[in-house]
Every structure is written in C-alpha cells, then in structure tokens.
Design a protein around this ligand. Structure first.
Ligand SMILES: [Zn+2]
Length: 380
C-alpha cells in the first residue's frame, strides 16, 4: 500500500513530490476506512495528507469522482489552499459564505469538485449545504472528512464559534463509515481524547511528531511599553498609501479587502515587513518568509505558544520567537506558560518541549547559538 500511495501521488503531482512517512501513515488510514489524528509541526505538510485523497480513492475504486470534505475555521486558509490545489491540478472548490462566487457554488452543487472546503458555519448552520451533504449524489461520493486546525474545535467551539461545538453532528450527516482525519500542529493525549469525544471519532489512530523546529531560537525580553519595545522596528517612515506600507494591522475588524492585500503582500515579501496581528493571523496560511514572531504577553498555554511561534521559519531559515514578557498578562496564562515566562535557570527550548509526546532531548537538541537566549544552560 505504501508504495502504491507514493507512486500514485508522484504520477499525479510530479516526481519531485516525495511523501514523508507520517503523511503516508495518515493517508493509508483513511484509504483503509480508519479515523486518525494527524499531529505534525507547522510547515511539515499536513494539508497534503488530505489533498491527495480524491485521486487515490479514484485509483482504488471502480467508481470515479470521490469527494473529500474539509472543514477549517478560517476563510484565509481556505482561499490560500484552494489556489494551491488548483495550481497542482487538483479539482477543488469551497463554500465560505454568502459572498461566494456563483460559478463556484453551482460547481459544488453539481459535484464538479472532488476536494471541497467548508467553513464550519456553512456546513453546520446553513440549511442549503447541510441538505447537499445528505443528498443522494454526495452520499455515494463522499469518501472522507478532514478537520483542519482541529485544536480550535475545543478552544473556539466553547467560546465564539458556536458552529465548531456542533462538529459532532457531521458524523450523522455523512455516509455510515466515512473515515475522519483530524489535523493540528499540537494536541497532546488529553486534548486528543477530548476531541475524539466531541467529534465522535471511532478508536482513532494517531501519527504524532513533536513540533520542535530546529531553526527557531526562543528568547524572552522584558515588556516595557509598546513604544519602547517596538520603536526601533517601526521607525521606518512608512508611506501613507496602504499598499506601500511597511507595517500593517490585521485583526477581526480589518476590512476583508485589506486583509487579502496584507496576506498577498506579506507572503510575497513585498514592501510589507511587519504585521501586528491577533493570534489567528498566519494559522494555516503558507507564509514561508516569517523570521521573527514576537508575542506581546504570554499565550494561554505552552501548546498555543508552540503553535503560534511555529508559524515562523517555514522556509527553514533562522527565525526568532520572542516573548515580550508582560507581567500583567501572566494571570491569564496557565501554570506551565507562567513557568516558561518566569524561567531564569533552564534552557527555554527544553522547558517548552519537555512534556510533549515524542520529544527526545538528545534527538531534538540544536547548536547552542540557535537554541535560546540561555546558552549557558543549553545541552550541546
Ligand atoms: Zn536552550
């Protein structure tokens, strides 16, 4: 089976595409009808695990036109990945909201696409798309469900994304034995057990790699004020026209057109060098050229911090993860995150990763000069 998967993927996507072992494990589980958690570091190639499924099913089954449904919470991710799939020649569509292109929505209704991205709102709260899912055509063609950024199901589902809390309903809307792939960059055993229950996964398998990226250097600076911590990087005299700005703001209030422009400019490495954003920015968007990730205050927990800083250095070049230690925000963080922020005696990298499944101190160490700003206690 492994050789078959690798060969079909190469013949479809090009002979330079070499599937990693973990990707093959994930794909094989779905082809064999089993549920699986895919926990792989940011930039490792999680999305390839489901992008290849439609043509692999077509290669196995006598009936062609297999459909894979992907649910992911951020529209920016969907549009970015749909373009990436279309460039690879994969038949791909999306349903994000009321403003979707009419040709696209008609294509989805007529089973034109084999890989279809939905926001959870569209698939779970919108009658039109719920109905489509249970239509005869879709019930015969759907072969798998992928839930990307699965960690958000618990975190956001219990707060501001009501639709994510309803994700468990998908099991009853899909054909009986549809296998489910839940993907994320960080989910420990406890979170996976909780997600298994919320999603309704059946005895899922797991493929887990700890998110220890050797090119990220972890640092902590004291937070003084926005002005004093940032003045040296924003004193660049940005022109007033938005499209030439060196610094931009990206939040939930930012106009959609501006958001799009920011992502394009930042990803391409145009003039825009700095994006001040909420933590949702960059999630799942393939932005390779991020070389500094700076947090103003701690994340809620260690897993979130690793996930958020892991969006840097996707091109393999050195990247700095700097926590501006804002003491007044520490009360919102959990114990492990507080310990990380207050640490004054241990290697920061080790402190971050030591509890993670699959972490091996020897295997995941890096040269002292790249490890953290506590070089005198690092391992090598
Ligand atoms: Zn270190």
């Amino acid at each position: 089976m492994d050789v078959f998967i690798r060969d079909v993927v190469k013949s479809k996507l090009g002979y330079n595409i070499i599937m990693k072992d973990e990707q093959v494990v994930a794909v094989k589980a779905i082809l064999e009808g089993k549920d699986i958690f895919v926990v792989l570091p940011t930039g490792y190639g999680k999305s390839l695990c489901y992008m290849v499924l439609p043509f692999l099913f077509d290669a196995i089954l006598s009936e062609k036109g297999s459909i894979i449904i992907i649910v992911t919470p951020l529209t920016a991710i969907i549009k970015d990945q749909v373009s990436a799939c279309q460039e690879k020649g994969i038949s791909c569509g999306y349903i994000c909201g009321e403003n979707d292109d009419k040709t696209m929505t008609a294509g989805v209704e007529n089973c034109k696409y084999q890989l279809i991205y939905f926001t959870p709102e569209m698939l779970l709260l919108n009658k039109r798309w719920r109905k489509l899912l249970i239509s005869a055509a879709y019930q015969t063609k759907i072969k798998g469900l992928a839930l990307d950024e699965a960690h958000t199901i618990k975190k956001w589902g219990s707060t501001f994304r009501e639709s994510l809390a309803k994700i468990g309903e998908l099991r009853s809307l899909l054909p009986g034995k549809t296998p489910i792939m839940a993907l994320t960059a960080t989910a420990d055993y406890t979170l996976r057990t909780e997600l298994q229950y919320i999603i309704g996964m059946k005895s899922p398998l797991s493929v887990v790699l700890p998110p220890c990226k050797p090119n990220i250097t972890y640092k902590i600076h004291e937070y003084i004020s926005l002005q004093s911590n940032f003045m040296h990087i924003v004193e660049v005299g940005a022109p007033s026209l938005s499209k030439y700005k060196l610094v931009e703001m990206f939040t939930s209030c930012t106009d959609e057109a501006i958001k799009k422009q920011i992502i394009i400019s930042f990803t391409k490495g145009d003039t825009l060098c700095i994006v001040c954003a909420t933590i949702a920015f960059g999630m799942g968007v393939d932005c390779p050229n991020v070389w500094v990730v700076m947090h103003v205050g701690p994340s809620d927990d260690i897993e979130s911090y690793i996930q958020e800083t892991g969006r840097g250095g996707r091109d393999g070049l050195p990247c700095e993860a700097i926590l501006l230690n804002k003491k007044s925000s520490l009360r919102y963080a959990n114990n492990a995150m507080r310990e990380y922020a207050n640490n004054s005696s241990e290697c920061r990298r080790h402190l971050l990763f030591r509890r993670l499944e699959g972490y091996d101190k020897e295997k995941h160490n890096v040269p002292k000069k790249y490890c953290c700003d506590f070089r005198f206690v690092c391992f090598v």
